[in-house]
Ligand binder design. Structure first.
Ligand code: AMP
Length: 500
């Protein structure tokens, strides 16, 4: 069954013969079995094929998180198509760029956006799927019966995910069947997922974390998921006593810590908490352990590479680090064309079966970042300690050069975050007439009485003068995207005139 479709075969393997076993627990108490999930996916595949989707065609999808959206993902891959999920927050003009760039055969949107999307995607079939999993696509699918998955090889494309585009235009990362399959297999085994697991799935499914890390790993292991439409502290806390694992972004953890119902007893059935997509503060790691008895396992990856490093399942999960390269993945830290010694900072490069096939229709961009020998330049600055643990110190473009000296924001942020009366901080460089860039710290205070002067004073003995923030700005909260990443670009724009 599904033998010829490289990814689908492996997504299905663990649940064969388990048709009646529950895959997803939905809010409100209903469930979806593995049999129903794959039957639904086959109907989606048949509906797409009936709309003219041929192997290699893109299917662009901007819909709410539902089981039908997962079936659409699986159905697209079954039909030999390329799944192209879009952030639900994208506006019309943004969607117009993606649709123009990827020229999908089919676009699936929320019924509320049908008119707008129809006008944008004039060359495509536009179908709908709403937050209840209903719409014109569902109607078409419901009229179909089985579908025999189209044959697809390991190197064929399964998905294109656009990067969040923090600099310039978003780029479409092309991911092959084997990029996804090999990474899911590695993560399943590294994190010991089995059919006995129940995974709390509260991440969005338009991003690599929720779509591939969470969904694919659960399917590869035949695990059950508690399928939540989004982050919901009540629902997560309620699910915890009957779950075994959770994957989240750091904000999941800080928000749950703010809820007094999070206790050791409540987390007693859990075996694993995983964090990624943005840096987890050491403080959060420590508080989580103190409260629940669990050490969060932090891992690192990106749209282009799937997951590249992970803290160990057994052995020390070192706070502030992202652990070791995953089995089969190589990592190195480079500066000026050479690997740097342990402990020194450089740009992280990775190579392995996880690394994508290049950027959609951008051969020059691809050649700049994905080198001929397979090493991909991640754009993240990192260092490796004597024990081999990798630490991400920030994006290369967030590096501050002031008066000719490099300042790594994370070094300054860590010191500020450790001060009493500070919740968190973001350190950025903005144009400065004398120094090129001036260091600015944006700080979120905790409680009353924190002042910029007190922070300056506290840092003065601890940091070289050039690293000390020239300005400290107190804010109620840092701007973040849906994946919990601090939007440093937005901060730089906001404060670009500070030293003018
Ligand atoms: P995305 O492609 O949206 O998944 O974003 C990938 C980027 O998120 C990486 O290049 C890193 O800058 C950042 N990132 C992901 N995981 C971590 C982590 N555990 N610690 C620090 N940064 C991370």
């Amino acid at each position: 069954m599904y033998d010829d479709n490289h990814l689908i075969r492996q997504l299905r393997e663990s649940s064969l013969g388990r048709e009646e076993d529950v895959f997803a627990r939905l809010p409100g108490g209903s469930t979806v079995t593995f049999g129903a999930l794959f039957a639904g996916a086959e109907r989606m595949a048949a509906a797409l094929a009936a709309q003219g989707v041929q192997p290699g065609d893109r299917v662009a999808v901007q819909v709410q998180k539902t089981i039908q959206a997962i079936e659409l993902y699986l159905g697209t891959v079954m039909a030999g198509g390329i799944f192209l999920p879009l952030n639900t927050a994208y506006t019309g003009p943004e969607v117009a760029y993606f649709v123009g760039d990827a020229s999908p055969r089919v676009v699936v949107c929320d019924p509320a956006r049908l008119e707008e999307t129809g006008a944008i995607a004039a060359g495509a079939k536009v179908l709908t799927l709403d937050a209840a999993g209903q719409g014109s696509l569902r109607d078409l699918a419901d009229g179909q019966s089985g579908f025999a998955p189209v044959s697809r090889q390991p190197d064929d494309l399964a998905a294109i995910l656009y990067t969040s585009g923090t600099t310039g235009r978003s780029k479409g990362a092309m991911l092959s069947h084997d990029n996804l399959a090999s990474n899911s297999l590695t993560l399943r085994d590294t994190w010991r997922f089995t059919k006995d697991d129940v995974l709390i799935h509260a991440l969005p499914i338009f991003h690599t974390h929720g779509l591939f890390v969470a969904t694919n790993v659960a399917l590869f292991a035949g695990s059950q998921v508690v399928f939540l439409p989004g982050f919901d502290a009540n629902a997560i806390l309620e699910a915890m006593p009957s779950s075994t694992a959770m994957m989240g972004v750091p904000t999941f953890y800080t928000r749950l810590l703010a809820d007094e119902r999070l206790t050791r007893e409540r987390a007693a059935n859990m075996r694993l908490f995983i964090s990624g997509s943005a840096p987890l503060l050491v403080d959060t790691h420590e508080q989580w352990e103190a409260r629940t008895g669990h050490r969060i396992l932090e891992r690192y990856g990106m749209t282009e590479t799937n997951m590249s490093t992970s803290n160990p399942y057994e052995g020390e999960r070192r706070a502030g680090t992202v652990g070791f390269p995953l089995p089969g993945v190589e990592a190195r830290v480079m500066q000026d064309g050479a690997e740097v010694p342990d402990g020194e900072i450089g740009v992280l490069e990775v190579r392995g079966p996880n690394v994508f096939q290049g950027y959609w229709q951008m051969p020059e961009k691809t050649a700049e970042e994905l080198q001929a020998d397979g090493w991909f330049i991640t754009g993240d600055m990192a260092k490796v300690d004597a024990d081999g643990y990798v630490t991400i110190v920030g994006r290369e473009k967030d590096l501050i050069i002031t008066g000719g000296f490099n300042v790594y924001p994370k070094e300054v942020e860590s010191l500020i975050d450790d001060l009493p009366g500070v919740l968190e901080s973001a350190v950025i460089g903005v144009p400065h007439p004398d120094f090129g860039e001036g260091v600015v710290a944006v700080v979120v205070p905790e409680g009353e009485g924190t002042s910029a002067e007190a922070i300056k004073e506290a840092l003065s003995g601890q940091l070289a003068k050039f690293k000390q923030p020239k300005e400290i700005i107190l804010l109620e909260a840092l701007p973040r995207n849906t994946m919990g990443k601090v939007q440093k670009k937005a901060l730089r724009e906001e404060y670009e005139g500070l030293f003018a």
